[in-house]
Structures are given as structure tokens and as C-alpha cells.
Design a protein around this ligand. Sequence first.
Ligand SMILES: Cc1ncc(C[n+]2csc(CCOP(=O)(O)OP(=O)(O)O)c2C)c(N)n1
Length: 282
Amino acid sequence: MDIKKINQTKIFANEIRIETLKELAEIGSGHLGGALDLADLLAVLYSGAMRIDPKKPDCPDRDYLVISKGHAGPVLYAALALKGYFPLEMLKTLNQPGTKLPSHCDRCKTPGVDMTAGSLGQGIGAAVGIALGNKLQGRDSDTYCIIGDGEMDEGSVWEAMLLAPQFCLDHFIVFADHNGLQIDGATNDVVGLGDISKKVSEFGWYVVDVDGHDAEAITAAIALCKKAGVPAFVNLHTVKAKGWAKYENKVESHYVKNISEADILEPISVLQDEIELLRKTL
Ligand SMILES: Cc1ncc(C[n+]2csc(CCOP(=O)(O)OP(=O)(O)O)c2C)c(N)n1
């Protein structure tokens, strides 16, 4: 794999984290942990894995992304703004009255957002519908979906898991953000999922386990999934709040209040130092 391309993707991931932190500091609170931990995946998806054109967000032949754990809106907005879907300046309006960037994703408000989400367990069913619609209309568009491991406690997720192989949705890739935590504790302590990969595999999916912070491994996994010929599931092992050491792997990172401009200086400085090191390799 091209190391320069991978390092560019890593730089992009840190830029996404920095913009996400700035968004949350601007409004002073928000879903921090489950947003930061998706930056590496989004960097891969928006660095070439997905067929998209920021100038034509509604082009029917694009690839589609449903973030079913809709509370991760801020990290998606950071990626979209950095890709040029809308001005970076707009990120300052996160969750403000009249904004196009509500805390939870809304397809009617934000250019580049393909599905409204927030009520957990709904987005993956919508993604099955999108993938099926594309198949019936003969498009070769890929549909991607991101769900949370806590979200997988919802029964509707497993209904969608049953349907995708039934419809032979071979252009469908679901990522589980497997950080082991949810709103009020460890997922295993709330409703344990057991061996997620084994379970999903038994539903008829192609399954691959990946380090969710390794851009190269994520890229390789997507390539495998595209060849699978059946719906594909990436068990993405992540660290909640990855990129802000103070909050990493902490339940309290789920929703953080009183985030100030001063608070984010330290994590941003660490992320910028990493960017500088990576730039030297280009
Ligand atoms: C149907 C529904 N029930 C409850 C909630 C409240 N809620 C918001 S986030 C969350 C935890 C989600 O955990 P997970 O999917 O693991 O997300 P992550 O830890 O990656 O942020 C809950 C229960 C919701 N949004 N929707």
C-alpha cells in the first residue's frame, strides 16, 4: 500500500479530530467519545474509499453513508467541511438555533448527510433500504453504514442483519464502532453482545475484525469486503474518545459538558504535533 497516501489519510484523521474538538468547544458540550473514535474510519472513507463528489452531494450514482449512531454528527460534519461540502466556518453553528448542523444527523439539513439518525437502531434498516434500492435500480453504488456496539442492543439492528443477506446485498458494508462503552457503562454490563463477529457471521455476512485506528488496515478491510459477494461487516475495534488522552476509554466521554476553548488547546497541540511528523514523510 502507498505509505504516502496512508500518511495523508492519517493527517486527515487528525484534522477531522481537531475540527470536531473546535465544534464542541464552540457550543461547550456534546457527544465527544463516540465522535472522536470515528475519525480514522471517516478519513479512509472520504480519502478515496467512497465514490463521492462534494460539488454534487445528491448525485444518485454516488456511494452512500448512513451514520446510524446519529449522535456522532459532529465528526461527520468535520469530515464533510474539510472535503468542501460546505465552508469550515459553518462548523461554528453546530446545534445552534437555525443551524444546518444539528447535533444528530439530518439528511434534510446538511449537504452530504445521506440519512437522518439519532433514534438508535433505525439507521441500519434505512441503509438496507438504500442498498436494496440501488441494487433494484441497477446502480453499482456502495452503501456504507456505521453502527455503535451499544446500538447493537436494539432488536431492529438484528432485523436488518437478517434482511441484508436475504436480499444478497453485496454492495453493503456495515462498520460496528466497537469501543466497548455506551451511554451509561460498558456494553457488556448493559446487554452483553458476546462474540459479535461470530454472531454476525452466522447471519450470513462476510466478517472482518480491524483496528479502528489503523488507516492502512481499514483500507485493506474495505478492499476485502468489496470482493466478498455478500453483505460485509467490519468489527471495528476502537477506543472511545481516541485523540484526547484525558477522555480515552472513559464512560464519561460519551457526553461532555463545559468544554472550553482552553480545554481543547492541549489535545489539539498533540494532534498538530502528530500532523507535523507525518508531513515530514510526504
Ligand atoms: C432508541 C434510543 N434509545 C436511547 C438513546 C440514547 N442514547 C444515545 S447514545 C446512546 C449510547 C449508544 O452507545 P453506542 O452505540 O455504543 O455509541 P458510542 O458509544 O459509540 O457513542 C444511547 C443509549 C437513543 N439515542 N436512541
